[in-house]
Design a binder for this molecule. Structure first.
Ligand code: SAH
Length: 402
């Protein structure tokens, strides 16, 4: 058995069941562990702390499987973890067939993300530990799900950090179609599992999309007309379709990727939304917002769901300025009584900081704004209470008046 012995004092986070061991916490390695091999983590004075997967190249040197010395990290253990996670999502299938069935650290399987789109599973093996057990996990997923395909999208930057080979290909089953079709809260989406972002779709925005749909419905009821909305960083049109489903009159989707917008257009067609209502602009959002400001355009609702501006703590200051910039511009485009849906998926920017940044933008815009709702991932993105890093997605639903 290989032992990873920590420096004095570095056992504290593991005693609180936080699942990461940083390279700086390791005093010595007793033995010669292979990539992803299960090791025993010990405190400086030899106390058992955890079973963990060893990752020689990553600054997260080991990720914990279990804090219980009696547990054995074998096939039965993986099966139990996968089953628990899959069972916890059982209720979601009534409203959607796009579900995150495994959410990495949060489900006790560090680095493993599995999304199910209809009967197609798309997995990301993003840590040395799950990479080492890929064949076993793939076999278990075949046994315990009803899927006909397992596609591997282990081509994220996280793989580089872990020293893992990249893979984008079939692990078992049928070749997936060019667009896997799903229905979420009555809206149809096509998902490109080979080329789309992450596993192809932002499953984590399900609850926010439903709120958008309801906001559009409520607006129509109140005003007797549909809203005019702007969806910035639209990707394949998730929010745009939800707003149109709710009865919006016009939704402009802005993204810098023409491929994403082409997919968004096909998604609009899937739902029967014509070009009079669903509009698409391929442009840099920062530039587009300024252009709209200068043109005096206004909207009843603006959505800002940018990519991760802060990839680490080192980028927080610069990212904060970028978030503030787009939010200030977004606020200024709103009609009196308009709504702003604003998000950050930067793990390095926590809920408090995000709220402060938005408050700063509100102050500079010289308006009043109320958070009438808060956004986070849905129940298929459960937050492990001992792992605050799991809360990467945060958002505010603001009501804005001058
Ligand atoms: N809101 C989307 C997810 C957004 S992902 C959804 O719910 O599905 C971020 C998107 O922002 C990507 O599609 C990317 O192409 C786009 N993007 C990144 N930087 C951009 C910029 N400066 N201007 C416009 N789009 C940008």
């Amino acid at each position: 058995m290989i032992n990873l012995v920590l420096r004095k004092g570095k056992e504290k986070s593991l005693l609180r069941r936080h699942p990461w061991v940083y390279d700086t916490a390791v005093k010595r390695v007793e033995g010669d562990p292979e990539l992803g091999e299960t090791v025993r983590v010990l405190s400086f004075d030899g106390r058992f702390l955890a079973w963990a997967a060893y990752s020689p190249e990553s600054s997260i040197r080991a990720r914990c499987w279990s804090f219980n010395e009696d547990e054995v990290i074998d096939e039965a253990w993986f099966e139990k973890k996968l089953r628990h996670a899959i069972e916890a999502r059982a209720n979601l299938w009534e409203r959607t067939n796009a579900v995150r069935v495994i959410f990495a650290e949060n489900d006790g399987l560090p680095g493993l993300v599995v999304d199910q789109y209809d009967n197609v599973l798309v997995a990301q093996f993003l840590s040395a530990g799950v990479h080492r057990h890929k064949a076993l996990i793939a076999k278990l997923l075949k046994q315990i799900t009803n899927a006909v395909t397992l596609w591997d999208r282990s081509d994220a930057s996280a793989c580089h950090r872990e020293g893992l080979p990249l893979n984008n290909g079939l692990l078992w089953g049928e070749e997936p179609p060019e667009a896997v079709e799903v229905v979420e809260d009555g809206v149809r989406y096509g998902i490109d599992v080979r080329n789309g972002h992450k596993t192809g779709f932002y499953v984590d925005q399900r609850e926010s999309r439903l709120t958008a749909q309801k906001a559009a419905e409520a607006f129509r009821k109140k005003h007797g007309r549909g809203m005019r909305a702007l969806n910035c960083f639209s990707y394949t049109g998730g929010f745009s379709l939800a707003l149109l489903k709710g009865g919006a009159d016009e939704v402009i989707s802005v993204d810098s990727s023409q491929d994403a917008l082409d997919m968004a257009k096909r998604n609009a067609e899937r739902n029967g939304f014509g070009e009079d209502k669903a509009k698409f602009v391929c442009e840099d959002v920062f530039q587009y917002l300024r252009r709209m400001r200068d043109a005096g355009e206004t909207f009843d609702l603006v959505i800002l769901d940018p990519p991760k501006f802060a990839s680490s703590h080192r980028h927080v200051t610069r990212a904060s300025r970028a978030y503030k910039d787009i939010n200030l511009l977004g606020l200024r485009l709103l009609e009196e009584g308009g709504q702003l849906f604003t998000f950050s998926c930067s793990g390095a920017i926590d809920v408090d900081l995000f709220q402060k940044i938005i408050a700063g933008a509100v102050f500079d815009a010289g308006c009043d704004a109320w958070a009438v709702g808060r956004f986070a991932g849905g129940e298929d993105h459960p937050l492990l209470m001992t792992y605050p890093e799991g809360e990467y997605l945060k958002g505010l639903h603001l009501l804005v008046r001058s």
